[in-house]
Design a protein around this ligand. Sequence first.
Ligand SMILES: [Zn+2]
Length: 376
Amino acid sequence: MRRLLLAVGLAAASLPAQENAGRSTPTRPGGAPPVAAPTAPKAAPKAVAPAGPAKPAPRAAAAPKSGEGKIPAAGAYVGAREISRVLKAASTWDAGKKQLTLTVANRRFVLEAETREAEFDGVRVFLGAPAEIRQGELAISKIDYLRLLTPAVRPGQGAGKPPGLKTIVIDPGHGGRDTGKVNARLRVLEKEMTLDTARRLKVLLEAKGYRVVLTRDDDRYVELTDRPAVADRVDADLFLSLHFNAVEADVERVTGVEVYTMTPQHQLSANRQPDDQVAVHNPGNFNDHWNAVLGFAVHRDLLAALKVPDRGLKRSRFAVLRLARCPAVLIEAGFLSNDAEAARVATQGYRQQIAVAIAAGVRSYGAALAQARANR
Ligand SMILES: [Zn+2]
C-alpha cells in the first residue's frame, strides 16, 4: 500500500481544501447537508434552474432510462462485515494502516479510515464522505457504498435494468469566445484540443459501430445547458464531455488525469461549485449507479494507457453532468498549465492516444453493462 499512502500524503499537501475537509475538520462533510425528501425514481426529473437562458429540454417530462432506488440518509454508514457479505468479497483489515481491503476476482478495493480517498483496482477514487471506524470496524457512508463502491465491484447490483449503449454524444468543452484554459507561452487553447480529440474519438467509436454525435463540430460557442440538450435530442445512451485542465499555482508539479461524474444527492463534490446544492436531486442523479460504473471504467483505462499521474475519480455538479439524462462523464485529460504536458497535448499523436484510451473505457463500460445484464 506504499503507493496509496504516498498518494494520500500528496493529496493532503496539494489538493483543494474541499477534498481534505474530512481529514482536518471534526464534522463529517456528509453529515452536514439537510435531509430533503428524495424524488421518487419513476417521477419526472425535477426541474432545475439553468445558469443561463435555455430552451426547454425536449424530453423534460420523459422518464429516465434507468431507475435508482431511494437515496439513503446522508449520515447512514455501513460496516465492513455487511459490505463484504453483500458484495461477496474477501476482506482483510490492517489495524496499523486502518485499511480495509476487499478482494473480488483478483481486484482489490482499499478503504482507509478518516479519509475520503480510496483505491479501487489500482486507481484513486474520492468518496463523498470519509470512511470511519464505527463499532470496531471500518464503515463508509451508505451513499458511497450504494452509489460508488457497489457499482465498481458489482456493476448492476441493485440498480435495475442496465441502460443501452448505441448512441454516444461527445461534448468538446468550450468553443468560440470561450477558449477554456490557455497555455499562452505555447499558444495551446483548450477549445482546440477538445475539438480535435473529440473528432478522433468519434472516428474510433464509429468504427466500433456506435452512432456518434458531437455537441459542436467547429469553433463555436455552445451554452453549457445546450450541451446535454443535444443528448436529449438524439436520445443518447452516453455523454462524454472532454476538457483539459489548468492550475494557477504549482504548475510545475500538477499533471495528469482526473475524471468526474455527477455528485449523488446529499454528498459534497470533490471540487465544490459555487452553486452546489447538495439537497437537490438533479436529472444526472437518476444514473448515479451507471455514472459510477462509467467513470471507474474510463478513469482506469485512461491511466492504464497514458501512464500519467492519477488525480482521481471525483464527483462534481458541473452543469453538463447535472443535466444529463443518460450516464455521463467529464474527462480532464491533462494540465495545460504544465508546459511539458501542454506540449504533449499539443501533438496529434498524444491526442490520438487520449482518444484511444477513452474508446477503451467505453468498451470496458459496455462490458460492465453486459455483465450486469447477464447477472439479472
Ligand atoms: Zn474545460
